[in-house]
Design a binder for this molecule. Structure first.
Ligand code: HEC
Ligand code: HEC
Ligand code: HEC
Ligand code: HEC
Length: 220
């Protein structure tokens, strides 16, 4: 019987190099998985988003305290499924870090509240662009029967050409009106009233012409 003879160039050194790079490749993938996992948790996201607007309403929501004990984490909704998509989301998410470092002082609750509508609209668009894929991780559209007689119907015939986020928003964070009906004026006045600021201050803060009141976010 002919023995298998490796071609000349497959020296012991080449085999060794292949094995080592294979091991490094595996290590890299494991590290990527671990990285995606660690950077999808509530603990990670709330190092920055520890705020009244996002984390607190979330903890009051049924997605945090569901009767069945299923909890949707920040990453369950906001980070795509799959290693490549999740990693991409985190790379794109690095713009958060850039804004945190070089943007306005988002840790200030007033600044945060004034910017919240734009952040909410951007987030809604993200879900829309993906046909609410992360929602569908847990919810199967065809069997959503809800508490009303027509809920099943709404999610079949009624939902044609629409995606979850078109009908369901303001689920777990501070409420922001739909983009079509949103009025910047009204929002600014509301935030001013909430923080007892002079009318007109909001516009100045947004333009960087006035400093926001010295307030700090509540800690987690
Ligand atoms: C380094 C701080 C930091 C971390 C960590 C962080 N964010 Fe952000 N995030 C920001 C800043 C700053 C903004 C911009 C705020 C704004 O536009 O009002 C932002 C904006 C957002 C938006 C608004 C939509 C958009 O794309 O601009 C979403 C959604 C969001 N973050 C989700 C998350 C989630 C989920 C996590 C955890 C996986 C996370 N963030 C981790 C700082 C951070
Ligand atoms: C059940 C799904 C879900 C979970 C869980 C969730 N989010 Fe969101 N998030 C949304 C949706 C939907 C929006 C779009 C704005 C809206 O309608 O509330 C949003 C918007 C945001 C925004 C934009 C600013 C704003 O106030 O709308 C930030 C920042 C954000 N989420 C961060 C987080 C963080 C941090 C967590 C975990 C503490 C989290 N989200 C958990 C669905 C979710
Ligand atoms: C980790 C799983 C999970 C994810 C992801 C998730 N949900 Fe849910 N959702 C639940 C659970 C659990 C409940 C509690 C009620 C129940 O058990 O039916 C719920 C309840 C709801 C409700 C009814 C209660 C309410 O707050 O009005 C709606 C509507 C809803 N989800 C829509 C969404 C949308 C839209 C998304 C994506 C932005 C989403 N869900 C993402 C698990 C999830
Ligand atoms: C055409 C608009 C529309 C679309 C699209 C839609 N829904 Fe709904 N959904 C509704 C309405 C209306 C109700 C009934 C609300 C109620 O009972 O208060 C409902 C009810 C629900 C409920 C049950 C709430 C309860 O406890 O009674 C869940 C969960 C839900 N939707 C999740 C989703 C998810 C996830 C998607 C995407 C896969 C989706 N919906 C797509 C309009 C829509």
């Amino acid at each position: 019987m002919n023995k298998f003879i490796a071609p000349e160039f497959v020296s012991r050194r080449v085999v060794f190099a292949l094995v080592v790079s294979g091991l490094f490749g595996m290590l890299f993938v494991f590290m990527l998985i671990e990285f995606d996992h660690q950077t999808s948790t509530e603990a990670f996201c709330t190092t920055c988003h520890s705020m009244e607007l996002v984390a607190e309403p979330y903890r009051q929501s049924v997605h945090y305290n569901s009767p069945s004990g299923i909890r949707a984490s920040c990453g369950d909704c906001h980070v795509s499924e799959g290693l490549i998509a999740a990693t991409l989301d985190h790379i794109i998410g690095a713009k958060d870090l850039y804004k945190q470092l070089f943007g306005p002082d988002y840790d200030n609750p007033v600044v945060n509240a004034l910017h919240a509508p734009d952040a909410a609209f951007a987030a809604r668009q993200w879900f829309k662009d993906r046909d609410s894929a992360t929602c569908r991780r847990c919810h199967t559209q065809e069997i959503i029967s809800g508490r009303r007689a027509d809920t099943l119907e709404i999610h079949s015939e009624g939902a044609k050409g629409k995606t979850c986020i078109d009908c369901h928003y303001n689920l777990v964070h501070r409420h922001v009106p739909g983009q079509q009906v949103f009025k910047r004026e009204a929002w600014n006045r509301m935030i001013e009233e909430e923080y007892k600021l002079e009318p007109g201050t909001a516009e100045k803060i947004l333009k960087g012409e006035a400093a926001p009141p010295a307030l700090t976010q509540k800690e987690n």
